[in-house]
Design a protein around this ligand. Structure first.
Ligand code: SF4
Length: 215
């Protein structure tokens, strides 16, 4: 397998010098994302908050701690997965990122996904979900794995979760998020089974393998 690290490091340096949208002028540090680039799971949130802006690392505040706690419940640590955001600079006063900011920042995330090639992208919150699953309602698709073809990325499996920050102080949402989180290993297992099945099918047939809908 080719070494992803040189192209990844080059990309991170490019992101850190980005000035493509006005958010660069108001943020303190660009937060490109970090973690294991050989992971099977990539978590994608909305935007850096105050603590992330100060440190340059994603999900380091209370929501990040909650995310780490949930990772531990499925026997994973932060260093086992990759964590990034839809926009890499903190919007002033934590406002929602504007569509043009999301658009300007998208090529960075696209390149990160292309290098990492995760089996599963877990979106955290509505904004991350909307980027990949436009027109969906988070209340309807949370806890479900959906396969979608993204023009720049090809076919990819997405799993939608509520944002840990939204669930942190909301008891019922918190329980829903924890329950959805527990399904991640099962979702990964099904994806791997499907890949095996497709490999087997394609080794016996010159026809492209049939695409099953996920779950
Ligand atoms: S938010 Fe993204 S596009 Fe805008 S300046 Fe920061 S890195 Fe560049």
């Amino acid at each position: 397998m080719p070494d992803k690290n040189p192209s990844y490091q080059k990309l991170i340096q490019e992101i850190k010098q980005c000035q493509k949208c006005p958010l660069k002028k108001t943020c303190h540090l660009i937060v490109p994302g970090e973690g294991n680039i050989d992971t099977q799971i990539m978590f994608i949130g909305e935007a850096p908050g105050a603590k992330e802006d100060k440190t340059g690392h994603p999900f380091v505040g209370a929501a990040g701690k909650f995310l780490e706690e949930m990772l531990e419940t499925i026997q994973l640590k932060r260093k086992d997965v990759y964590i990034a955001n839809i926009v890499k600079c903190r919007p002033p006063h934590n406002r929602d990122p504007f569509p043009e900011e999301i658009q300007a920042c998208w090529p960075w995330l696209e390149k990160q996904i292309k290098i990492i090639q995760p089996l599963l992208i877990v979106t955290l919150g509505r904004h991350a979900m909307e980027k990949f699953l436009p027109g969906q309602k988070i209340s309807q698709v949370h806890g479900k794995a959906l396969r979608r073809t993204i023009p720049e990325l090809g076919e990819q499996v997405f799993y939608t979760l509520y944002h840990p920050a939204a669930a942190l102080y909301n008891g019922s949402l918190r329980q829903v998020l924890i329950k959805d989180f527990q399904r991640i290993p099962q979702v990964l297992k099904i994806i791997k089974k499907e890949i095996q099945k497709q490999k087997l099918q394609s080794s016996f047939s010159s026809q492209p393998p049939e695409q099953e809908s996920l779950f």
